[in-house]
Write a protein that binds this ligand. Structure first.
Ligand code: ADP
Ligand code: MG
Length: 459
């Protein structure tokens, strides 16, 4: 049985990784190096691929291992190490000692958390300090509720790629090391939903399937659910989760939740769940400031042999200010580019390497692009749009920019507030609704919005 799962698992992991890599590197490069490799074995930690030749195996090992590990980290896959060997070598190994994949399964408890997502590797800045401190406290005292201070549930929210998943795994890794007796579960809301529906589907053939599902989650010591916004619109699952939550809470078990938005902004969430999400501690993770971005790059370079000069680090930190995942991607691009082209990592080479990266992001519409388009349209500087001035024309441009960002980008209101110089989410909501009402009643405003949208598409 276990063998069956693992057999499928290596294919599944390989497919996920290859698919993600295909979106990062050029098609030519992908077809040359990545496409031909095949998953050979997976023992719960190490994923081994076979490559068509010795040369390919060596190239993959030297030039692509980091990329694989990065993608594995991004996708949160349960893989610690990657190995490439040639087909010839693989045949030799297989004929000597056919490794049955069950053999490698040990009865020892395996750490299910991504090993590099630790507190040590997490850079602290003003954008995430509160979240990190709370996460630490929770990791040290899971389930703490002394009447005065309750950190249960602990709810973290913030935009994409700002470090929520990393923080949850850091708590997991900490508990795995310090409290190995505890049953700590990390699950994404998506996965929870899949498991729930599949347990219902299996109900006819296996009467225990649903019960097993329920007990697995309701009887653990620490339950971490990532991206709870995906509970939206899932009525049945919300009902079950409500009961799981109550069981855990009443037994003093720790619940940790993450989301891209605060509880009150999760639409279609049962009110009783929303209320419970607010019982404990809610903290947000904001956009990292320049200093933090620099520190993050330095952290990622720690322990790597790559030589990257300070001016490249500053260039990257300046250029990529949206989220940390993008920042890592840009750094990796520079590293890969210098490796593949054997060029020295100068600032010009870094710029060259990021040409495509910046082009990719420009093609997408983002908040900067919306603000600069609105700025051109109203002849008001971008700095005033996100600033504090209250002149009539600036205020109008600002509200239009807020409206467009709300409508065109699926960002939490809190994040939008941060883009506009730390404004409160209620101010953002006010601007959005005001312009929305004006569009309905005022023809000029309707045309303005349409013109700006068209001009955005042409940029
Ligand atoms: P989210 O879950 O919020 O979308 P992730 O936790 O997946 O974001 O983070 C994206 C990437 O950025 C990960 O590789 C993570 O290690 C890295 N990262 C995020 N925040 C930090 C930080 N403060 N210090 C170091 N790395 C970080
Ligand atoms: Mg995440």
């Amino acid at each position: 049985m276990a063998q069956q799962i693992y057999k499928d698992k290596k294919e599944e992991l390989s497919n996920q990784i290859k698919l993600e890599i295909s979106t990062i590197i050029s098609t030519a490069e992908y077809m040359l190096w990545i496409y031909p490799i095949k998953p050979l074995s997976y023992d719960g930690q190490q994923l081994c691929f076979s490559a068509p030749s010795d040369h390919a195996a060596t190239t993959l090992t030297t030039n692509y291992t980091d990329l694989f590990l990065k993608v594995i980290g991004d996708l949160n896959l349960p893989v610690e190490r990657i190995l490439f060997i040639s087909e010839k070598e693989a045949e030799k190994l297989l004929s000597v000692a056919p490794p049955t994949e069950t053999e490698t399964l040990s009865s020892e408890k395996k750490n299910p958390f991504v090993s590099k997502y630790t507190f040590e590797n997490y850079v602290v800045g003003s954008s995430n300090r509160m979240a990190v401190v709370t996460a630490h406290t929770v990791a040290e005292n899971p389930g703490l509720n002394d009447g005065l201070l309750s950190l249960n549930p602990f709810y973290i929210y913030g935009g994409v790629g700002l470090g929520k998943t990393h923080l949850l795994h850091a708590i997991g890794n900490y508990l795995f090391e310090h409290r190995p007796e505890l049953n700590v579960i990390y699950v994404s809301a998506d996965r929870l939903s899949n498991e729930y529906f599949s347990s219902l589907n299996k109900y006819n053939s296996d009467k225990d399937s649903y019960r097993n599902f329920y007990h697995k989650y309701a009887e653990c010591d620490v339950l971490m659910v990532d991206d709870v916004q995906f509970l939206q619109k899932k009525g049945g699952l919300q009902e079950v989760f409500f009961h799981i939550f109550n069981d855990l809470y009443q037994n003093g078990k720790q619940i940790i939740l993450s989301s891209d938005r605060p509880p009150k902004e999760i639409n279609d969430l049962e009110e009783r769940l929303r209320t419970r999400f607010l019982w404990g501690m809610t903290t947000d993770i904001g956009l990292p400031e320049y200093e933090t971005r620099i520190n993050i790059i330095m952290k990622k370079l720690e322990g790597s042999s790559a030589q990257i000069s300070q001016d490249i680090v500053c260039y990257l930190a300046e250029k990529v200010n949206t989220n940390i995942r993008e920042l890592e991607g840009a750094l990796l691009k520079v590293l890969m580019y210098t490796q593949l082209t054997h060029k020295e990592a100068t600032l010009d080479v870094a710029k060259e390497a990021l040409k495509e990266h910046t082009k990719d992001t420009v093609e997408q519409i983002d908040s900067d692009k919306i603000i600069s388009t609105v700025s051109d349209y109203f002849h008001v500087p971008s700095s005033d749009i996100i600033g504090k001035k209250k002149n009539k024309e600036i205020v109008e441009a600002r509200m239009v920019a807020v409206y467009l960002i709300c409508e065109m980008l699926n960002l939490p209101l809190v994040t939008i507030g941060q883009i506009f110089g730390g404004r409160d989410h209620t101010t953002i909501m006010y601007s959005r609704d005001k312009i929305s009402n004006m569009i309905a009643s005022d023809k000029d405003m309707k045309t303005t919005i349409e013109d700006i949208k068209n001009s955005l598409k042409c940029r």
